[in-house]
Design a protein around this ligand. Structure first.
Ligand code: KG4
Ligand code: ZN
Length: 340
């Protein structure tokens, strides 16, 4: 007897990407992501513009996800959606859409915590990808988040460290703005850093107790440094761009690795999984590889499209909750500051 397949449609709309995915058990059939280009003009995400763009994107994105998966609406077993954390106007679009669709199709509605999505993305079935064993440490690094979470089981998670101000991606983007780079600046700094000297300039690392992070002081330090040097030489940034980028990257990676070392020491857990847009960074990837040799870590980095904001990661959480029959009531509300 063959077990019946479970098909789930998931919707992610927490920030500036509208995404819909269709999953069959733990395999992704489609993962459509529409990035909103409009924010680049403003150097960061404008919440009101984001929710309006979600409104116009959501129907075509869901249609395309179903089409690519070759699945009809009436074959779906449940609708999963991001309840939070995120921008409230953006979350409301996905939440309302998911509710209406689940109600219309008379199938269960499953709320998903976006941060759990980033972590459980490691459990999407992919050829050649080894899933992390429990317990493991998950570090989520992106434009909106910086967290270290101790993961004991699918839904047993404890945040053991997080940023008290800016997220790490924000540190990249704000530093890039100071240097005159476009938004998002993270990938550009990463690229320019390849040919610079990481030890050319020294930036002070923040002193934050325990496993928490702080990045806003670093940004201010970079601003004052650039203002001071530009006064002496107006072409300072132009002449030293690669080495400034390499030095910023070296400092940021140093902060992340120091905290990971501390987290490993505190928990005794050496399996480390990362997620979020900044996990595309070549410096952090190299530093994690070094950690495998130097400290005996085992590290896990999912496929790139599952690290940035995407609905596939929401779908896998939806599937795991579906197996537990952990469904939501239709009066569930989008929650901007939802905790793990
Ligand atoms: O996960 P994501 O797509 O969206 C959220 O913020 O949730 O992450 C975007 C962030 C931006 O801040 C971007 O500058 C940063 O990830 N980023 C990088 C790299 N690629 C993306 N930062 C450093 N190095 C990269 N290669
Ligand atoms: Zn995210």
């Amino acid at each position: 007897m063959t077990k019946e397949n479970t098909y789930i449609l998931a919707i992610e709309s927490s920030c500036d990407d509208t995404s819909a995915a269709v999953l069959c058990n733990d395999t992704i059939l489609s993962n459509v992501i529409t990035s909103q280009k409009i924010h680049a003009e403003y150097g960061g995400v404008v919440p009101e513009l984001a929710s309006r763009a979600h409104q116009s994107n959501i129907v075509p994105v869901v249609d395309q996800a179903l089409k690519q998966a070759g699945i009809l609406r009436n074959q779906l077993h449940a609708i999963a959606f991001t309840r939070g954390p995120g921008l409230i106007g953006s979350l409301l679009v996905g939440t309302s859409f998911a509710k209406s669709l689940a109600y219309g199709l008379d199938i269960p509605l499953i709320e998903v915590n976006h941060m759990q999505g980033h972590i459980l993305a490691h459990f999407i079935k992919e050829d050649g990808y080894t899933k992390p064993p429990f317990p493991f440490l998950a570090m989520t690094i992106s434009g909106g988040h910086t967290q270290i979470v101790k993961v004991t089981n699918y839904f047993e998670m404890e945040v053991i460290g997080e940023t008290i101000d800016d997220a790490v991606g924000e540190a990249y983007d704000k530093s890039g703005k100071i240097l005159g780079l476009g938004y998002p600046a993270g990938p550009q700094i990463d690229k320019l850093a390849q040919t610079g000297n990481p030890k050319a300039f020294k930036f002070t690392k923040p002193k934050v107790d325990g496993l928490n992070f702080s990045f806003s002081g670093l940004k201010t330090g970079i601003l004052y440094f650039v203002q001071r040097e530009t006064k002496k030489n107006p072409d300072f940034v132009k002449e030293n761009l690669e080495s400034i980028c390499a030095s910023i990257q070296y400092t940021i990676i140093g902060i992340l690795i120091d905290k990971l070392k501390h987290a490993v020491k505190r928990t005794g857990i050496t399996h480390i999984a990362i997620g979020g847009g900044v996990s595309a960074n070549s410096g952090i990837r190299q530093a994690l590889k070094n950690g495998e040799k130097k400290f005996g870590w085992t590290t896990y980095i999912p496929k790139f499209e599952y690290t940035t904001d995407n609905a596939a990661m929401i779908a896998i959480v939806g599937y795991l909750k579906y197996l537990e029959k952990d469904f939501s009531d239709f009066d569930v509300m989008a929650t901007a500051r939802l905790k793990i």
